[in-house]
Write a protein that binds this ligand. Structure first.
Ligand code: MIC
Ligand code: SF4
Length: 645
């Protein structure tokens, strides 16, 4: 029986466990990436493990999220990360060099290699045939120390692409169509593998847009084959030597098959407040808009920017619309400057932002009250833009640029003929903003530079025998990590300071939560399905840990957040019967008795007693040998320390 591409790469990297669907496997990690908003914690954790030099083939630390520097905090974090990187064998991509996923694709990604990154959009690397997975900072720290990364052996979904995109229909529309069909939880426990004749018609940046936003499916990752197109892209990056051909066997067997005829797709938009709330322009209507933002790791490649420049050429942005554009990397910005497209964007009235995440994570450019903003980004969760009642629509660069001119949501097909957009045969290569580490023999000469914003990892303790406490919060379905641990210009600078950032935990849903949880001392959170979808930020587990949360009981979890809870030593529980969700109210007194003993004995079904109502609720606590030991130890850091002894 033939193998899928995913199986081929996983088989070449497996170091622990068996290839049985649904079982946990440990894989060797060739490359890691971090960004600054998750990086300081990841490097504090790495330091705590005491491994002098990273044991990966390549590790890169990017600064791209917190680049506003509205106080000393971000600059301190950048300096800390830069010094850790220099000492411990990690390449350091300085602020201004670009968004981690865009730069990694350009300068470091290698087909067939494994990559984990402390950012949920790490699957961007799947655009050149990598198994690239988003993970918590602690998992990345362990991988840098040479430890395996554990995933559930995934189901593999084949997305068979046929046909060719029509003019003005974009790679963004492909992933929006996949999201429309599968939903934000449709990819949980799955890898999405793109195959078929249609693959050949898509360039690497287009493939990367699709694998990037595959994160919104909740998928473990997404991957394209590595073919002649990949080779040309790497050649243009002067890295042809890392190319290898990779594809699934013709007789590979998939768990599910989805067919998409590219020729049938139309321009789409994801409406507020979920990336799977997808509609066509005709369905939404030509609504008036206030803002357009172009950029983010989903759509900030040279190809995207050239399309936008073509649409804006010689025109002026609509007087009621603010248009901002953030090219994804220094390389992209440089090339736009060189070929004149940057002048076109400036001429049209675009507000050019630095090559960073920017508005995508609420770092500036928040829309006006109730403002309608079209963004080429990947997430439109409520409040993420920094404006609580902002209405964010996720669209292609083509639709964004067309609408910026008309002032209303516009189908880009109304623009007439579309010219061919070809990628250059050679990109401008200048890695002068990537600082290499010092040689191992010189590492003692590097001083680690810590600022007052950097506070230690919160205290953890081994799992107790009985958890007896109240329910401090009850929330509904599809709670995102942006609800649990909001970001944005005011909160993001506190990422290295868990006591301070905890004061913002869940405030999107309930501004009393931090004070209440702290006062209760210990507590349990209850939630609905797909709890913790979205980002990889381990702060969404570390802040609850700091506030005394001992367990989270929900209908179902998103993958990365569940791992982050386990890594933080917080018990992840799911209802056996989803209807039992109704049997707990906020404020009820709950108890999980003999939990330590039961987990040691390998019991997966536990009981949560609701002492307020007198009801007993069966719950699942599905832990494998390793995750069981992590929970018992009080988290991954304690577990790793014990295992390194
Ligand atoms: C995001 O897009 O939500 C982020 C900000 O990049 C996060 C990481 C973080 O919260 O630091 C992610 O996607 O993992
Ligand atoms: Fe940055 Fe946005 Fe991409 Fe997250 S999704 S890495 S915030 S650009």
């Amino acid at each position: 029986m033939g193998l899928t591409l995913t199986e081929k790469i996983l088989k070449a990297h497996v170091v622990d466990g068996e290839f049985v669907k649904g079982q946990e496997i440990g894989i060797r990690i060739d490359q890691t990436l971090t960004q600054d908003a998750t990086g300081t914690m990841a490097y504090l954790e790495y330091e705590a493990m005491g491994v002098p030099r990273v044991r990966t083939e390549r590790s890169v630390a990017y600064i791209d999220h917190n680049t506003l520097q509205s106080g000393f905090e971000n600059a301190d974090d950048h300096r800390f990360i830069g010094s850790v990187a220099k000492k411990h064998g990690i390449y350091f991509s300085r602020p201004g060099n670009g968004i981690c996923h865009q730069v990694h694709l350009e300068r470091f990604g290698v087909p067939g290699k494994t990559l984990i990154g402390s950012d949920s959009h790490t699957p961007t690397g799947g655009g050149i045939g990598m198994i690239a997975i988003g993970a918590g900072g602690l998992d990345v720290a362990v991988a840098m120390g040479g430890g395996a990364y554990y995933i559930t052996y995934p189901k593999i979904v084949k997305v068979e692409l046929t046909g060719k995109l029509n003019p003005w229909v974009s790679a963004k529309d492909v992933i929006l169509e996949v999201l429309r069909r599968l939903s934000v939880k449709g990819g949980v426990g799955k890898v999405i593998e793109y195959c078929g004749e249609g693959v050949k018609t898509l360039s690497v940046p287009e493939r990367a847009t699709i694998t990037n936003m595959g994160a919104e499916l909740g998928a473990t990752t997404s991957i394209f084959p590595s073919d002649e197109t990949t080779k040309q892209f790497l050649k243009a990056q002067k890295r042809e030597e890392v190319w290898t051909e990779l594809k699934a066997d013709d007789d590979a067997v998939y768990d599910e098959v989805v067919e998409i005829n590219l020729s049938e797709l139309v321009p789409l938009a994801a409406c507020p407040h979920s990336p799977d709330n997808v509609k066509s322009v005709a369905e939404i209507g030509n609504m008036k808009i206030d803002q357009v933002c172009i950029g983010s790791c989903t759509n900030s490649s040279l190809l995207d920017m050239l399309k936008v420049a073509h649409i804006l050429k010689g025109k002026t942005v609509h007087p009621d619309v603010s248009l901002s554009i953030a090219p994804g990397s220094k390389q992209v910005l440089n090339m736009l400057a060189e070929n004149g497209a940057l002048a076109t964007l400036i001429d049209a009235g675009a507000r050019i932002l630095e090559s960073a995440c920017g508005p995508c994570i609420g770092m500036g450019q928040s829309p006006n009250s109730k403002g309608i903003s079209l963004r080429t980004f990947n997430r439109n969760f409520e409040g993420r833009s920094g404006t609580k009642d902002g209405q964010i629509y996720l669209v292609s660069p083509e639709m964004a640029a067309a609408s910026a001119l008309t002032g209303v949501l516009t189908d880009p097909r109304d623009l007439g003929d579309m010219p061919e957009f070809k990628l250059p045969d050679e990109f401008i290569i200048n890695d002068n903003m990537i600082v290499p580490p010092v040689d191992e023999k010189d590492m003692d000469s590097v001083e680690i530079l810590r600022g007052p914003n950097i506070k230690p990892f919160p205290e953890t303790a081994p799992l107790v025998e009985n958890i007896e406490c109240g329910c401090s919060l009850k929330v509904g379905d599809n709670i995102t990590t942006d609800h649990i641990m909001p970001a944005g210009a005011k909160i993001l600078p506190l990422r290295s300071n868990i006591p301070a950032i905890s004061q913002h935990c869940f405030t999107v849903c309930d501004d009393q939560f931090p004070a209440r949880a702290k006062e209760m001392g210990k507590s349990i959170i209850v939630g609905g399905s797909n709890y913790g979808q979205g980002s990889s930020r381990e702060h969404a587990a570390l802040a609850p840990l700091y506030l005394g949360v001992k367990a989270v009981l929900v209908k179902s979890f998103a993958r990365i957040h569940r791992s982050n809870l386990i890594n933080a030593g917080i018990l992840p529980l799911t209802f056996v019967n989803e209807a039992d969700y109704e049997k707990i109210s906020q404020g009820d007194e709950l108890a999980v008795m003999n939990v330590r003993e039961d987990i040691i004995a390998g019991k997966t079904e536990l009981t949560v007693a609701n002492k307020t109502t007198g009801e007993n609720i069966p719950v699942l606590c599905e832990l494998t040998g390793r995750t069981k030991d992590i929970i018992l130890a009080g988290g991954l850091l304690d577990y790793t320390r014990e295992n390194l002894k």
